[in-house]
Design a protein around this ligand. Structure first.
Ligand code: SF4
Length: 895
């Protein structure tokens, strides 16, 4: 029998879409966008729509483990409490640390922070949000005196000009991008994208400024000069600013200097300045391209300054807008999940605030100084300064810069606890104690999205095995360490305490105030509707926008205008390339959830390296060949994707692949540990790296109903497909016994019947295994990257295969009656690039016409810019596209 629909929120990005989850009688869960949720009004992107496919218990951690052996909760929690207490007793409170996550709910985060700062008495709690938006926090605090996002999503719909800088909104925040595109249809919004790459967002822009990495400070300080010199400063708003008269325009870069620093033309710079200056209603959206930089805080200040001097802030259709990567990065900021914050946006350096928080908590101690930020925390672990570490809901062995060093630090740490929902991650394998946490769908709490909107996440599934919610695990450990103050009856009580702290002795002096909910009870919490903070006691509604009338949270209530200096460009060795990293549309973080969904692996099934055609030519890198990217002793191997959307001299590699999915795909192993001096955020977007062709003796593609054996392979990348797995692999050494290789690679049943074709002169091997008349494995080997119809083969896996059909398997493609679909471009409707190209070739000249012909682009809309790109290219012929069908979507450029 089907259950009732439960209103909850998406666990992925910072848009924070509302979802209605409806468990069905057969155990499946129907996922739909919540039409009433103000973040998305019913829309969902490809990741959100596929959430129902991520709820399997396969691979779940369902019981505590101590040194790899199953254990009971009492034993595990006692051990954690004892080892942390002993470390504190023997080495002091700074010898222990928590590394937490923007995936946690606010209630989890609140108790973790309370335990560390108010009871252990140190501030060594940092979050993976440090990797995501710490520079925005630092920039906000430097300019506004508080970590406040001034506007709301509606502003993107009401603006005349939207500037996206360091934000591939189309892929990373797809629903917000769809709202923007719908508004553009209605009111002709101009869109300017500032990004070194021609991203899916840039494809849709009226103007794309492909500036050099880290050119943003020069660009926005130049814009500030332009605004001041052309009379765009708002005299009515000047009274809310401190330092405006002190700005010396002669010290700011003019258009020519900006052009020289950014690599843009003077005309491009002038056009941007003119458009920004002339548009009263302008929103500047920024994200990881701004934040993940060694000058990220300066970039944020440079952006805020332009909005502050023009008074374009906090009013409809205008303002600077930081969009967060994670679903609850904002909630973590609110409770003090960052090592340099206290709680409820109070400052750890402020003695009055410390005394206030300690008094509110009645806690025995309070941290007196900021703790270690993420990168420094793991260095301290390497230096043996941290004796006990608790990681909650994150995978630093993949996600932190210098991730090989992180792995070494985890191995060396005397006591590592990991709370997670997944049993096997690159991090859990280093844990002494594993604690099974409740997953999305099983836990109750709140999250805050990028527009300060607090929404409920609600359980709609029972807790599996021995899994427990994070807040309860933390509270249990705290109590076993002998601390009171952790006896909350449930997440509603935690939230009420958090709300009460936010308004405790606040009196309008702190931005974060949700006092209206301080007395909330369990029933009220169950029914809590999304609201935007601040919502102080007595306020009926939340607050969509702030700062229209000043009221900043500095001592004189005026905003500050720190003028950053553009970074001096490094002199680059001509042999090195600037390595940029980031997200792709259908994957989330380290793929522990999205990597299990075949259709989300359909667009890109392998880690890849985007490289400009000129560089590829110079380096002897052919399309779809393999490349090595290295820095110092770290090296990764990736599939080359040759594209002119990349600037010459720069390459892009996605951040998602871990050791579970590829032999050497962890790009963060290469990223330098250099951080922004103010925010501590690493500079993920600009690492110097060496690129080389990876010469392989042979390449292979395999499908198998069981997980292939990847041991000993020089290169491999694994992706789930509907009936099993797809595997790309390559090797440097010749193989004499291909049948033996194919059997061990695919782990095919010993009784399977093999059919094979060998062309040894040309290095071609094709083998297929059948059991009970069904295809159970196939292996295709070639000296060059393998050209077969991958989606056809994946679709045939497990299917009945009469003898007459088997030649098609060995041919590696369907017949003319089954034209290849190609790599999945539209994940919602499962439409591949070849089908889309056929629709275009048949006359579909618009994205809507393509949608009418084959359904592509009619779901979440995230692929519409890619479809538009294919229409524009026009160069593809049906013959050429049917010749090769990639699983990974990047064997050849789309056009
Ligand atoms: Fe989830 Fe997509 Fe909405 Fe982000 S845009 S919250 S990933 S559905």
């Amino acid at each position: 029998m089907a259950g009732a629909g439960v209103k909850t929120t998406c666990p992925y990005c910072g848009v924070g879409c509302g979802i209605i989850a409806t468990p069905r009688g057969d155990g499946a869960v129907e996922i739909a966008g919540d039409p009433d949720h103000p973040a998305n009004f019913g829309r969902l992107c490809s990741k959100g729509r596929a959430l129902g496919e991520t709820l399997s218990l396969e691979g779940r951690l369902l019981a505590p483990r101590i040194n790899g052996a199953a254990a009971g909760w009492d034993a595990a929690l006692d051990l954690v409490a004892r080892r942390f207490s002993e470390a504190i007793r023997d080495h002091g409170p700074d010898s222990v640390a928590f590394y937490v996550s923007g995936q946690l709910l606010t209630e989890d985060y609140y108790l973790a922070n309370k335990l560390m700062k108010g009871y252990i008495g140190a501030a060594n709690i940092d979050t993976n949000s440090r990797l995501c938006m710490a520079s925005s926090v630092a920039g906000h605090r430097r300019g506004f005196g508080s970590d406040t996002v001034p506007g709301c999503y509606e502003d993107l719909e009401q603006a005349d000009l939207v500037v996206l800088t360091g934000s591939n909104l189309a892929w990373c925040h797809p629903v917000l991008f769809q709202r923007l595109m719908a508004a553009r249809e209605r009111r002709g919004t101009r869109i300017i994208v500032i990004d070194p790459r021609r991203t899916a967002s840039a494809e849709q822009a009226d103007l794309h400024l492909a500036l050099r990495p880290d050119g943003d400070v020069a660009l926005f300080t130049g814009l500030l000069r332009h605004l001041l010199m052309t009379g765009r400063a708002d005299p009515a708003y000047a009274g809310h600013l401190s330092g405006l008269p002190d700005i010396d325009c002669s010290s700011l870069p003019d258009d020519a200097a900006v052009a020289a620093r950014t690599g843009l033309s003077v005309a491009e710079v002038a056009q941007f300045f003119e458009e920004f200056g002339a548009s009263e209603k302008v929103v500047t959206v920024y994200s990881q391209g701004v934040n993940q930089s060694v000058c990220g805080t300066d970039k944020v200040s440079a952006i805020l300054n332009c909005h502050l001097v023009t008074g374009r802030i906090g009013r409809p259709g205008m303002g600077p807008f930081s969009v967060t990567g994670q679903p609850n990065a904002m909630g973590g900021r609110e409770v003090g999940g960052l090592a340099n914050m206290l709680a409820a946006h109070m400052e750890i350096e402020d003695g009055t605030a410390r005394e206030r928080v300690q008094r509110f908590w009645s806690s025995p101690v309070i941290a007196t100084r900021p703790g270690l930020k993420a990168v420094d925390l793991f260095k301290a672990i390497s230096d043996n300064k941290i004796k006990a570490l608790w990681i909650m809901g994150t995978n630093p062995a993949v996600s932190l810069p210098g991730s090989d060093a992180v792995v070494r630090a985890l191995r060396a740490c005397p006591f590592v606890v990991v709370s997670d929902v997944v049993e096997e991650t690159d991090t859990t394998r280093h844990a002494h104690v594993l604690l099974p946490a409740a997953a999305w769908g099983e836990k109750d709490g709140t999250v805050t999205n990028s527009e300060r909107r607090i929404s409920r996440q609600r359980a709609f599934l029972p807790l599996p095995g021995a899994a427990r919610p994070d807040w309860a695990i933390i509270a249990d450990v705290a109590q076993r360490m002998g601390f009171s103050g952790f006896d909350h009856a449930g997440p509603a009580a935690v939230f009420a305490e958090h709300a009460a702290l936010s308004c405790f002795e606040n009196n309008g002096l702190r931005d974060f105030d949700i006092g209206a909910h301080a007395a909330i009870d369990a029933a009220g919490y169950d029914n809590l509707a999304p609201f935007q903070w601040p919502q102080p006691a007595g306020a009926i509604e939340g607050t969509p926008r702030v700062f229209a009338a000043g009221g900043f949270f500095t001592p004189d209530r005026k905003a500050r205008l720190p003028i950053p200096r553009p970074v001096v460009e490094k002199v680059k060795n001509s042999a090195t390339y600037t390595l940029n990293t980031g997200r792709i549309r259908d994957q989330w973080h380290t793929m522990t959830r999205t990597g299990a969904v075949p259709r989300l692996m359909g667009q890109f099934g392998e880690p890849f390296c985007e490289i400009h055609p000129r560089d590829a030519r110079n380096l002897g890198i052919a399309p779809a060949s393999l490349v090595t990217v290295r820095r110092q002793e770290a090296a990764i191997v990736l599939r080359a994707r040759i594209t002119d959307s990349q600037r010459p001299g720069e390459v892009f590699v996605p951040m998602h692949w871990s050791d579970r999915f590829a032999a050497r795909g962890r790009v963060n192993a290469l990223v330098a540990e250099a951080t922004d001096p103010v925010s501590g955020q690493p500079g993920f977007k600009a690492t110097d790296g060496i690129i080389e062709a990876f010469s392989a003796e042979w390449h292979a593609f395999a499908v198998s109903v069981v997980r292939p054996c990847t041991e000993g392979l020089d290169y491999w990348a694994l992706a789930p497909v509907a009936g099993g797995y797809g595997l790309e692999c390559a090797g440097r050494a010749p193989i004499a016994d291909w049948p033996g290789f194919a059997r061990s690679l695919t782990a095919a049943d010993a009784g399977a019947e093999w059919t094979a074709v060998f062309d040894r002169a040309n290095g071609i091997v094709r083998m297929a295994a059948f059991a009970a008349g069904r295809l159970v494995a196939a292996v295709f080997v070639s000296r060059e990257p393998v050209e077969v119809a991958r989606t056809f083969l994946a679709g045939a896996l497990g299917a009945e295969m009469p003898g007459a059909q088997r030649f098609r398997i060995l041919a590696g493609r369907g017949g003319s009656d089954a034209p290849a679909d190609g790599a999945i471009l539209c994940a919602c409707q499962s439409v591949g690039v070849h089908r889309i190209n056929r629709a275009i070739a048949a006359g579909a000249a618009t994205v809507d016409a393509v949608g009418a012909a084959c359904g592509a682009g009619t779901g979440c809309g995230s692929c519409r810019s890619d479809i538009q790109r294919m229409i524009t290219a026009q160069a593809v012929t049906v013959d050429s596209i049917d010749r090769v069908e990639p699983l990974a979507g990047h064997r050849r450029p789309i056009a």
